[in-house]
Design a protein around this ligand. Structure first.
Ligand code: GLC
Length: 811
């Protein structure tokens, strides 16, 4: 057995604790791939698709079949296996896998025979005590991106990381680990890209050439080496394959894309009404008020504090009438208290995590000593899910899954705690990293079932790969400073590189005091984040958009308005993410993978919001920003000025103007401002077209609340700019729904448009119009520090919306 630490030799080199797998003894073809036996280990190789190969290394004759992350099955087709004196070769149409017989190890090549990824030839697979590691040769110039919510650079080369979900209050820009585990990275070298997803929930370590110049490695502290190798033509295609394996989100409710206002905590109910009313009075759009732990009776989940909230149903009914939804905090700890129903009933139903001696584990958190539901037990998930009936009856539609790392005072969940793992059993070593995701599954599946067709909104702090099927993710307890604001952007973009599209950070910063300038910048950035929520900690100063003075209030209104105007665009981007796994916030590494500039210094913070907007985050104290524009042509969103790509530009960035650029060839659907997504926008769609290149946009609408879109109740059409932007084609509408918009106003930016355009052959006149995306803010200060409004002029024309295809000649 190899679990003993003994002295062995491989190729006449003596080892001590390191144990390699040894030479290959035999192999057998199976339906989905092959099983290879070597001296000290065996491997199963399975084909999941032409570019997806799963490798498992195990030492006894058992391999792990269960996974909380992967929902796809291996395919028994599309590969061939051959064998020579030195190698076993498995080939698909996209990948050749060469398994060396001398020392069991793996090498992946593309169709041209280029090495994509290869086990380190000296010590590819290593078993040391309970640790299992795969060492991969670092290729010349190789970069590594992904790994989800991890601090550090976009290119992770030179860094190492640990996956161990942790309550990381007030983490810093170099802290590791944080709250989530996404053991998935993408390697980039020689115009090639590949992904590796390590599907193992034990504590794991990734090393991308940290303290060495030879290898990139991943180690698990328990369980099996079980990874998926993915090779596709582009990062976007890899994300598609990765989310084919681990799933994609369903469409979240439209309201959850609106602005959400949170604090720790709003109470009593008058305070909630005040906040809700103030948004409406000040005409700042908002869709949700979030209730943090003080709504509960002594922080006990499923209860309400009857003094602060004497009649939650009445409050919710009133707020919902005013266009708000309410999101409530859901902490997993169940207070140990006689007479508390979830405790009593949880004991009876045996839903809690246990010590090996069968007693329930107790840990201390907000309510005091608690037991914790074992969400890896299907019975517990059902029990938990059903408890949401009372919230739903009151009208709650949003659920915030927090403290699910599991956070307990002392932050040392004992390793020997036992998890059910769908009856299979496992310790906290295996269970900890998936606890949060399984809590989300219980909350999502439970509320979804009870809502009978209405979409719940779910948010979580802790997660594991695959969480996107159940919840949005926010980046936990950040700090109110500029560095953290930029870090949040990188975390969100990295989550997007790991299959999670619905993500965001606490706007304004959770810990510490936000300055007016910082809040202004953060909220403008937050408007370009998939999940958009302001939040701040207990005992901090108020942090709503109107609490920092009139200028900041105006800036906040401007950007929240812009967010709401962009909803047709944003909603379509969410739909794309739900279909393909391509995130809403897109690291430039997705589209400009081989451009070395995008990994540099501050440029690594830049991202595309959907296909069209390039956002260049900048500190609040800077009024001049250096921006790198990648390949293509780019319009300054605020001024309309056109810049060529592949160059650095300087732009003014007073707090009123976050640097934003629009890619030439973009098609951006917008609507009129609404105060809440419950309000119907004007029946005119504003379609902004940016000339100079071809482009394409998948436009999508549905009812925003139900799952009927999954059975055809949607309104979808492809909109494209052809012939270098001279021709606009709106394809015939698919789906059974009618659009909210009866007419379409076209805005032609950067196009040499004449006085007429043609619509399906008929000529109609155009006129010049001044477009103000961000109106000038009120001039409160005689020494005008915020500068003048910026406007662009576009040629405009209105056309009727119709379901048949529309061809518009633009020149
Ligand atoms: C955790 C959450 C934070 C919340 C607080 C109180 O720290 O991360 O967002 O406000 O708990 O519930």
């Amino acid at each position: 057995s190899i679990t003993k630490m003994k002295e062995t030799t491989t190729r006449s080199v003596k080892h001590y604790e390191h144990q390699g797998p040894g030479t290959v003894l035999s192999y057998a073809t199976i339906n989905t791939g092959m099983i290879i036996r070597a001296e000290h280990a065996a491997a199963r190789v399975q084909v999941y698709g032409p570019g997806i190969i799963r490798v498992q290394i195990f030492e006894d004759d058992q391999f792990d079949e269960s996974s909380y992350a992967v929902i796809a099955a291996a395919q028994g087709v599309g590969f061939e296996i051959n064998d020579s004196a030195t190698e076993i070769v498995l080939t698909t149409t996209q990948v050749t896998l060469r398994v060396s017989k001398e020392l069991l190890s793996f090498k992946f090549e593309d169709q041209q025979g280029n090495i994509i990824n290869q086990d380190e030839t000296g010590f590819g697979i290593s078993m040391m005590g309970n640790d299992r590691t795969i060492y991969k040769s670092m290729q010349p110039g190789e970069r590594f991106i992904g790994l989800g919510e991890k601090t550090g650079n976009l290119d992770r080369r030179g860094s190492g990381y640990t996956n161990w979900n942790t309550d990381s209050f007030a983490y810093g820009p170099g802290s590791d680990p944080l709250y989530c585990t996404f053991p998935f990275y993408i390697g980039v070298h020689h115009q090639l890209v590949y992904g590796i997803f390590l599907d193992n929930s034990y504590k794991s370590h990734f090393n991308f050439g940290a303290s060495n110049d030879r290898f990139a490695s991943f180690t698990v502290e328990g369980g099996e080496l079980n990874y998926y190798f993915i090779h596709e033509a582009s990062v976007a295609d890899i994300l598609q394959s990765y989310t084919m394996l681990t799933g994609r989100m369903e469409m979240p409710p439209l309201w959850s894309l609106g602005y959400q206002q949170c604090r720790y905590s709003y109470y009593p109910e008058e305070e909630v009404y005040n906040v809700a009313r103030t948004f409406r009075e000040k005409k700042i759009p908002a869709d949700a008020i979030v209730l943090d732990i003080h709504y509960m009776d002594n922080y006990k989940i499923f209860s309400w504090d009857s003094e602060r909230f004497p009649d939650p149903k009445r409050m919710l009914t009133g707020l919902r009438k005013d266009g708000y939804e309410i999101v409530v905090m859901c902490d997993p700890g169940i207070k140990i208290e006689e007479g508390y129903e979830p405790y009593r009933d949880g004991l009876k139903e045996e839903v809690f995590l246990k010590y090996p001696d069968g007693t329930n584990y107790s840990g201390e958190v907000w309510p005091g000593w608690c037991h914790f539901p074992d969400f890896t037990n299907p019975r517990t998930r059902k029990w938990w899910g059903e408890k949401f009936q009372s919230y739903l009856d009151m009208g709650v539609r949003g659920f915030w899954n927090d403290m699910n790392e599991i956070a307990t005072w002392g932050q040392r969940l004992p390793d020997l705690i036992e998890f059910n793992f769908e009856g299979e059993g496992g310790s906290a070593k295996r269970g900890r990293n998936v606890f949060g995701t399984m809590m989300c599954k219980a909350t999502y599946d439970g509320t979804k079932e009870l809502l009978q067709g209405e979409r719940p909104f779910n948010l979580t702090r802790s997660a594991f790969a695959g969480v996107q099927r159940y919840s949005a993710v926010w980046t936990g307890d950040n700090v109110a400073n500029d560095e953290h604001m930029l870090l949040g952007v990188r975390l969100v973009n990295s989550l997007g590189l790991s299959g999670v599209a619905f993500t965001g950070y606490d706007v304004g910063g959770f810990v510490g005091e936000t300055s007016p300038g910082l809040f202004a910048r953060w909220i403008s950035l937050g408007a370009f984040s998939p999940f958009f929520r302001g939040h701040t900690m207990i005992n901090s100063s108020d942090s709503e958009p109107w609490t920092f003075g009139e200028e900041v209030e105006d800036i906040s209104r401007n950007y929240i308005n812009l967010r709401y105007r962009l909803l047709p665009y944003l909603y379509s981007c969410f739909y794309e993410a739900s279909k393909t796994g391509i995130p809403v916030s897109r690291s430039l590494a997705i589209d400009y993978t081989f451009d070395s500039k995008i990994y540099e210094g501050r440029y690594q913070n830049q991202y595309l919001f959907g296909p069209s907007f390039l956002v260049a985050p900048v500190e609040s104290y800077k009024d001049l920003a250096k921006v790198y524009l990648p390949k293509g042509n780019w319009f300054d969103f605020h001024s309309g000025v056109l810049h060529h790509g592949e160059q650095e530009v300087y732009v003014d960035c007073p707090l009123t103007h976050l640097p934003l650029f629009v890619k030439a060839g973009s098609i951006i659907p917008m609507q009129s401002v609404v105060q809440t997504t419950k309000e119907r926008p004007d029946p005119m769609l504003h379609l902004h077209l940016y000339g100079g290149d071809e482009g394409n946009f998948q436009y999508f609408e549905d009812d925003g609340t139900s799952f009927q879109y999954q059975t055809g109740e949607f309104y979808q059409r492809n909109i494209s700019l052809k012939s270098s932007g001279d021709l606009l084609v709106l394809s015939e509408v698919e789906g059974s729904l009618e659009s909210k918009f009866e007419s379409i106003k076209l805005y032609l930016h950067g196009m040499p448009a004449g006085a007429f355009i043609t619509v399906n052959g008929q000529s109609i006149p155009t006129k010049n119009e001044v477009v103000e995306f961000l109106p000038a803010i009120s001039n409160f200060d005689p020494v005008d520090k915020f500068g003048e409004a910026r406007t662009v002029t576009a040629r405009v024309a209105e056309i009727q919306n119709s379901r048949v295809s529309i061809e518009v000649g633009l020149n």
